[in-house]
Write a protein that binds this ligand. Structure first.
Ligand code: BQF
Length: 286
């Protein structure tokens, strides 16, 4: 079997076009969605991600403002800015780029963001809402994976889904979201013994482990849909996922490439969440 390679940029373009129309409709209310992005320090990957987000905002017609702080900045200063942004009616979404400097209390920062502006969906209130199945701002990466499955008409209900990686940002919320759609979900992680005995059962395999070539063809069921969330920079500079792409694409029904698979969807769902926040602000949608 030769897999269909899912073009994440194409799916992202469709979602962005929908967002663009909703931004236009918001114009009638005198509102333009606004996103504030806070970045502390000079992690090169984080800078690229923040630039990607700002570019996507301007393409879809959102206002974005990047607040960049040096690594030495006191946490209290960032908390004060979040408080100001919480009260700013031109800002509908607030995002703090992770990782933060090691001395920061990440939970305290995330809990300070107004739950109505928490477009990353990391506030405990939004984590809880997702867990009970009434998600308000779904976390962007799992939300993007869900959109990809929907766009490709990949059935979720009743399917075996194996999620490799149990992070708070990807693996755990991904599992909750797919459980909500009636999949049978299994989460594997770094301490899982004999990973292959689980992955081989997957009709849908979502991999977010951060290890190149973790998933080899013999670990994948013929005809499975394989979603690669990993982003790894090899010593030679190449960007690769967690899946042996060439091998697994001979066995899967669908596969996402890296780059150009899940990544563009992550950024796009941030835009979607910000548009949603602005719609709630003017009172057009629950
Ligand atoms: C692509 C992220 C790990 C840790 C923190 C497009 C992005 C990446 C790849 C991007 C990511 C990953 C983001 C591609 C945002 C996704 O073409 O393949 C876009 O900008 N991302 C982030 O903000 O924080 C991270 C990964």
């Amino acid at each position: 079997m030769v897999a269909k390679i899912i073009d994440g940029k194409e799916v992202a373009a469709k979602v962005r076009e929908d967002c663009r129309q909703r931004v236009e409709a918001l114009g009638a209310f005198g509102t333009r969605p606004g996103l504030a992005v806070i970045i502390v320090g000079d992690n090169p990957a984080s800078k690229v991600y923040v630039a990607n987000k700002a570019k996507a905002c301007s393409e879809v017609g959102l206002n974005s403002k990047v607040h960049a702080f040096p690594a030495e900045t006191e946490e209290a200063e960032v908390l004060r800015l979040i408080d100001t942004l919480n009260h700013d009616p031109s800002i509908h979404g607030i995002l703090v780029q992770l990782p933060l400097p090691p001395n920061y209390n990440v939970r305290r920062i995330l809990e300070t963001i107004s739950r109505d502006k928490d477009v990353d969906g990391f506030h405990l209130y939004n984590v809880g809402a997702l867990a009970v199945g009434s998600s308000i701002f779904p976390p962007c990466t799992p939300y993007g994976v869900s959109k990809i499955l929907e766009h490709e008409h990949i059935e979720v209900a009743g399917q075996n889904v194996v999620v490799v990686g149990a992070s708070n940002i990807v693996g755990k919320p991904m599992a909750l979201m797919l459980m909500q759609k009636d999949a049978t979900v299994c989460i594997c992680h770094a301490k899982t013994r004999d990973l292959a005995q689980f992955t081989i059962l997957a009709d849908i395999l979502v991999v977010a482990a951060g290890r190149p070539n973790l998933i080899l063809p013999q670990m994948v069921k013929t005809g499975a849909a394989v979603i690669d969330v990993g982003i790894n920079r090899l010593p030679n500079g190449d960007l690769v996922g967690d899946v042996d792409f060439d091998g697994v694409s001979q066995k899967a029904s669908h596969i996402t490439p890296v780059p150009g698979g899940v990544g563009p969807m992550t950024v796009t769902m941030l835009i979607e969440n910000t548009v949603q926040a602005a719609e709630r602000f003017v009172g057009i949608k629950g």
